[in-house]
Design a protein around this ligand. Sequence first.
Ligand code: CTP
Length: 430
Amino acid sequence: MTAEVRSDAAAGDRVDERRPRVVVGVAGGIAAYKACELLRRFTESGHDVTVVPTAAALEFVGAPTWAALSGKPVAADVWNAVHEVPHVRLGQQADLVVVAPATADLLAKAAHGLADDLLTNTLLTARCPVVLAPAMHTEMWEHAATTANVATLRSRGVVVVEPAEGRLTGADTGRGRLPDPVEIFELARDVLARSSAGAAAGELLDLAGRHVVVSAGGTRERLDPVRFLGNRSSGRQGYALARAAAARGARVTLVAANTDLPDPAGVGVVHVETTAELRAAIVDAAGAADAVVMAAAPADFRPTAESDTKIKKSADGSAPTITLEQNPDILAEISAQRARPGQVIVGFAAETGDATGSVLDLARAKLARKGCDLLVVNDVSGGAVFGSADNEAVLLGADGTTSPVPRGSKGALAHVIWDRVTALLASPAP
Ligand code: CTP
């Protein structure tokens, strides 16, 4: 790519050759207004964005809004600036096409190769990654026709983001809601980053058809109605893992303990509080999973009894005695009793090193004790990792390998972990 700025006078737009070109398609659903936020995220982070609404989308949000937010004229049909052949050019030049919301009608047209407006023409000419974020009523999402269309699109390498559950148009609730546009942006940007880094079409969705389970956050053990024993895990590494897996095409179940992070787009989230609840959710989800990554920090101990009433200070100043009992070790349990042959299990180890050994000595012993395939080791001396956006780790393999991962974003570490998981899934240990 060159640094030249090209002016498309006839089309009235300016294309900066250095910036990734993103087409944001908007189909005609009530969630069209949420695409404004998606568009804003792309433009503010330096992408060259062209918005292509369908005629129905323009009934919900007008062209002036899209033009103002993208800084470009907006066309929905193929009859504008015909000499520029926009129905071919937009798709050919795009680095990424994202459609949010994608209606049942749009999915059907895309699956069958229909091209009766600018957006569907763009989808046919695009050779870049395509992300479709459906939103519709539950009945339409669950209809056999939509299910078949989604399967067809996925089989062709299109990322079809699972809709979220929640309030739909009117008073209805159910599956079919557009995920948080900020999270669609994060997922789409992840897909674009991997494709720009050279991942071939086949490698981009290397977790397609796989079901993965990730745990995140720190469990809490209740002492009384207002107090608990907990830990400092923010859940960010687990969320980054869930988001990265969804961007690689996996069906993802995220078991989240006490986090305050938004649900990643396309990820099924199960919220839990205690280690016992986390264990139940993991064991349940692991039954159908190809891989389980235990990034959560489960409390190792719980009070032997939870007080129904608030524990009061005593008049004589003596502190109460709290007796604890040990929680089950979930990672050791699911590693020892694999739900499926070839299932890959990954653990994390937050270590500080002590008189008995270095961080790596303790981690190697933990890997053997837990029986998982891969252990992601963080040196947490001084509370280094908790709540931070970055992470640095060493991956210890059950095959004896040691691979340092330099400091980088939690998203980058997530992809290194999935690289290892996909390799293990492709060639399971004998
Ligand atoms: N883990 C688990 N169940 C527990 C505790 C931990 O599944 N009750 C998992 C964590 O999710 C992590 C790995 O085990 O993937 C290691 O967690 P860590 O807290 O480092 O290990 P512990 O088993 O608690 O060992 P330690 O005695 O060092 O605290």
